[in-house]
Design a protein around this ligand. Sequence first.
Ligand code: PGA
Length: 250
Amino acid sequence: MSRKALIAANWKMYKTPAEAKAFVDAFLQLVAGHTRDEIALFPSPVLLPTVIEAAKGSNVLVGCQNIHFAEEGAYTGETSVGQLKAVGGTHTLIGHSERRQYFAETDEIVNKKLHTALKHGLVPVVCVGEVLAEREAGKTADVLKTQVTGALAGITAEMAAPIVIAYEPVWAIGTGKTATPEMAVEAHRIIRAEVAKLLGPAVAAAIRILYGGSVKPDNATALIGQEEIDGALVGGASLKPDSFTAIIKY
Ligand code: PGA
């Protein structure tokens, strides 16, 4: 089963429009003609028009770090799927651990956002992962199963094709501590088995599961090179064109 890898940049709350434009201009030259993997950038909403315009016609996809589940409404500070699509965005992260941790996103909210994203034809990257205390207590598998089951509630096999899952152990995000390839593969297998249980073996075999958490140029090959790991969600190392490119060219 060959799944095309997706290497995605989560810029979090970094970069001005001028910095984002300078990144894309330099980056497009570095990844021109790279078709082995899909490449996506997830900037802050205020940067989306700049990044989408700069990446137009290239092999680089662009999406939002978060969307609201409502079509529109009185939700101060939020971004709707319609707004994202109107500026040309095609992808969205959902349920990143920082959203769960600092903005109280629950599995139920993640599920609502996933339904909205799919309804509007976006590619959703649903993030799951355990915190350190859960890993140390031997609860990683339970946490992953609960998060995957919660995210996929009401999703059918027919709806599932665009879905991407990102396994991001929270203790590895921004800490420089990466899961070993063995730990990542084990978690990915748990997630894929849960998808198989919920949506059937064909969906499970086709769904892409990315690894995220301190992915850097020097560990990218060991991680993404694993048959079970279908790409990466990269934070810190995605902020510079050269380091992100080095990961893409693992
Ligand atoms: P990191 O972030 O690569 O800086 O650990 C990953 C993420 O939060 O998606």
